[in-house]
Design a protein around this ligand. Structure first.
Ligand SMILES: [Zn+2]
Length: 128
């Protein structure tokens, strides 16, 4: 299985081989800030199964995680572990945004109060 996607302007393109390790919503404060939204919905892949082309930039939101974005249009594409292990690809950047479905919520202790979760998915207050 190969998944593909990219940013708003199309200058950054990515390709992921195989199936993700997990797919879910992250409600932590760093994801909220980095995405400018209430959560980051991402599919986690080993970094060695993902290839990225184009002009991107990355910012360390902590000593463990880089936020990767298109240098042209600013689309936030990935959260990438600085140790080279795994990366979370934003589901909305997939060419088919319905290709994968989230299976859980994490860091719901930080969920914004105005968001109601009634999708029946497991909720983890911190990291599962
Ligand atoms: Zn772009």
């Amino acid at each position: 299985m190969t998944h593909e996607g990219g940013c708003l302007c199309g200058r950054v393109r990515w390709k992921a081989e195989g199936e993700p390790l997990n797919v879910g919503y992250c409600h932590c404060r760093l994801c909220q800030k980095a995405m400018g939204g209430p959560y980051f919905v991402r599919a986690v892949f080993p970094q060695d199964q993902v290839t990225v082309e184009g002009n991107f930039e990355q910012f360390p939101s902590s000593d463990r995680l880089w936020r990767v974005f298109c240098k042209e249009c600013g689309t936030r594409l990935f959260g990438k572990r600085s140790d080279g292990s795994v990366m979370g690809i934003g589901l909305a950047t997939f060419d088919d945004p319905n290709a994968l479905k989230p299976a859980m919520h994490m860091f719901t202790n930080y969920k914004v109060g105005w968001l109601d979760l009634n999708d029946g998915l497991p909720q983890h207050g911190e990291r599962p």
